[in-house]
Design a protein around this ligand. Structure first.
Ligand SMILES: NC(=O)c1ccc[n+]([C@@H]2O[C@H](COP(=O)([O-])OP(=O)(O)OC[C@H]3O[C@@H](n4cnc5c(N)ncnc54)[C@H](OP(=O)(O)O)[C@@H]3O)[C@@H](O)[C@H]2O)c1
Length: 271
């Protein structure tokens, strides 16, 4: 987003705060370029005091002064928020939505004028600036709009662009994925405790091992299978562990998990 442009967050909850923190820390925007709305006055006071941004209790009033309007409320309240914004959003503005399961078409149809919409599926590690966000372009959104959205979400992690039809798969993998990995870390920690390690040491070993392995995949660009082979010596400890994982059908379990979550996202989107 270029200098002088204004961004309005509609909803100042967890995800909005994570983004706000990242965007300000990366100096993508100055605090005076950002306005946040919420239904809770205490929340707005906290955000104002912590980040020096402007706040407002009025969604329409805040959106009217912004170049980019970022919908960061729960999917259940999106309809009400779109009603608030119906009359104030014009062709000159970009609407970005992070509401899970709400299509760009549903959002665009809510307005009186043709509006450019970009949909984003972030995930919770955005809270620690290691988020994974997938962007999808609505019908009227331009490459510049995608670049604007990319600039905002890169402040809290990595960004990919996908066709909107793939958003359910993104939800099943990176959206729900942190929970799968938390479960894996917890299980590894339990295993460490079973093998005699103190709990805190076991959890640190497990979490840092997951982080290190992920970083190797991302930074070397090597296939995960190749990286696995590099640490698997003939007749050694790792192949014994891998054999046990294959007996436990871990690959199939993870594929089933992503498939089930993708299907559930499709079902929720049809409601
Ligand atoms: N957290 C994630 O990992 C994640 C990942 C991907 C996508 N998302 C999406 O991000 C969106 C926000 O999630 P979140 O976890 O940040 O939710 P959240 O913490 O509940 O934040 C939403 C905020 O909006 C406020 N709000 C409710 N109604 C409003 C209205 N009419 N106008 C303005 N503000 C209103 C809420 O207040 P009350 O609490 O009083 O209702 C709350 O402070 C959701 O659509 C979710 O699907 C989240």
């Amino acid at each position: 987003m270029t200098n002088g442009k204004r961004l309005a967050f509609i909803g100042g909850g967890n995800m909005a705060e994570a983004l706000l923190r990242g965007i300000l820390a990366a100096t993508r925007l100055a605090p005076e370029q950002v306005i946040v709305t919420d239904v809770r006055a205490d929340r707005l006071a906290y955000l104002r005091d912590t980040y020096g941004i402007e706040t407002s209790g009025g969604n329409a009033e805040a959106a009217a002064q912004a170049d980019t309007v970022l919908l960061a409320v729960k999917p259940q309240v999106v309809t009400g928020v779109l009603d608030d914004l119906r009359r104030v959003i014009t062709e000159r503005q970009l609407v970005i939505s992070i509401a899970a399961g709400i299509s760009t078409a549903t959002i665009a149809e809510a307005f009186l004028r043709p509006v450019r919409v970009v949909r984003v599926m972030p995930n919770t590690p955005a809270l620690v600036l290691e988020g994974m966000s997938a962007l999808a372009r609505g019908n009227l959104a331009t490459p510049e709009d995608l670049a604007t959205a990319r600039g905002l979400f890169e402040a809290v992690g990595k960004v990919v662009v996908v066709d909107e039809v793939l958003m359910d798969a993104v939800t099943g993998l990176s959206g729900s994925g942190p929970a799968y990995v938390f479960l894996v870390i917890e299980a590894l920690s339990d295993a460490g405790v079973k093998a005699g390690l103190p709990r805190d040491v076991a959890t640190t070993l497990a979490a840092q091992t997951v982080r290190g392995a992920a970083k190797m995949v991302l930074e070397t660009g090597k296939h995960p299978g190749e990286l696995k082979d590099m640490v698997t010596s003939p007749g050694g400890t790792t192949i014994a562990g891998l054999h046990a994982l294959e007996q436990g059908a871990v690959r199939a379990a993870l594929i089933n998990a992503v498939e089930a979550a993708t299907r559930r996202s499709q079902e929720l989107g049809r409601r």
